[in-house]
Design a protein around this ligand. Structure first.
Ligand SMILES: NC(=O)c1ccc[n+]([C@@H]2O[C@H](COP(=O)([O-])OP(=O)(O)OC[C@H]3O[C@@H](n4cnc5c(N)ncnc54)[C@H](O)[C@@H]3O)[C@@H](O)[C@H]2O)c1
Length: 290
């Protein structure tokens, strides 16, 4: 079935890839991003309400946010107003205009440091390590409250990478150095691990989530890659592509040592699993940017 979908943050990394795929499938997408127009600010509730009134979306995919852990220590107020108040405005509009389903971006950062390496949706996340993680915790709490009126499915992406990926993330930084030169700042001893998620695997999962119908109004899903990759392993792959210069830095206390997704819920419930090979995809991205 085709839908009218409003995507907030449609000009961002995940928003662009998601919009492209949804349009290819024949859906109608309405974008809402401050990069489209200054007025398209999720903090501007009157304008947001006008866009909902004019378009009456069936589904909302809410990506718009200030992302990134480190920057949240520099401009905390920006994170709190955009991520928390902005999400409140989006959910209020969904409720008022009777949107059937909202898919809302949280983050793997919400787990903080956990005793177990594999992170499961039901884990208690009471110790966010950054303002960013705290805002996403609040986003999830808001979603749960608003799920009394509609279906709200929260997804927690784990370090997504791909074409036009975010320049502040490790792979984006490495790609920038490949194109423009420079030195990579390696924080800690390189043993930190991530389950990097290919953006096409991510979008496949999100689309399955869009068509998923549960008896529960509120659900949370991890969306992560299948392979655990240490920073040292990532750098080894990169150094086979080009000679990278590295500057050793102390471990950053805002980072987590391990952020690996347990994706058994998405596998079981959505019948999804990541299918793209990490090393092959990384090489492909670098070759495409030669
Ligand atoms: N990329 C990842 O690996 C990752 C991991 C965890 C969580 N997330 C979450 O997924 C979502 C999308 O992330 P992304 O990587 O695409 O980030 P991004 O920065 O590329 O995209 C965010 C978009 O939101 C827009 N935006 C920011 N403030 C806005 C405002 N006030 N009003 C309207 N638009 C605004 C930006 O212009 C941008 O286009 C975010 O909520 C982020 O926290 C992403």
């Amino acid at each position: 079935m085709l839908n009218k979908i409003l995507i907030t943050g449609n000009k961002g990394f995940l928003g662009t890839h998601t919009q492209n795929e949804l349009e290819k499938l024949g859906n109608r997408v309405i974008g809402f991003d401050i990069k489209n127009d200054f007025a398209e600010d999720i903090r501007n509730k009157d304008y947001l309400d006008k866009v909902f009134e004019e378009n009456k979306p069936d589904i909302v995919i809410h990506f718009a946010a200030r992302p990134g852990v480190r920057k949240s220590a520099i401009v905390p107020e920006e994170y709190i107003t955009t991520n928390i108040i902005g999400t409140l405005n989006v959910l209020e509009c969904c409720k008022k205009h009777k949107t059937k389903k909202a898919l809302v971006a949280s983050s793997s950062s919400i787990y903080g440091e956990q005793p177990d390496c594999l992170l499961k949706e039901e884990m208690v996340c009471e110790n966010p390590k950054s303002i960013y993680a705290m805002t996403k915790k609040s986003v999830e709490t808001l979603c749960k409250l608003y799920s009394s009126d509609m279906k709200v499915y929260v997804f927690r992406p784990f370090s997504v990478f791909g074409e036009n990926g975010r320049p502040d993330m490790a792979i984006g930084q490495l790609l920038n150095i490949y194109k423009k030169g420079g030195v990579f700042e390696k924080y800690g001893n390189g043993n930190s691990v991530r389950t990097y998620t290919n953006v096409h695997d991510f979008v496949d999962c999100l689309i399955k989530l869009m068509y998923y119908d549960s008896i529960n109004n509120y659900e949370v899903f991890n969306i992560g890659g299948a392979e655990k990759i240490s920073l040292n392993h990532l750098l080894k792959i990169i150094m086979n592509i080009f000679p990278l210069r590295i500057k050793e830095m102390p471990f950053n206390e805002l980072d987590v040592t391990s952020s690996c997704a347990d994706i058994s819920k998405a596998k079981q419930v959505l019948n999804w699993e990541p299918v793209r090979n990490f090393e092959e995809e990384i090489i492909k991205i670098f070759k495409n940017n030669e």
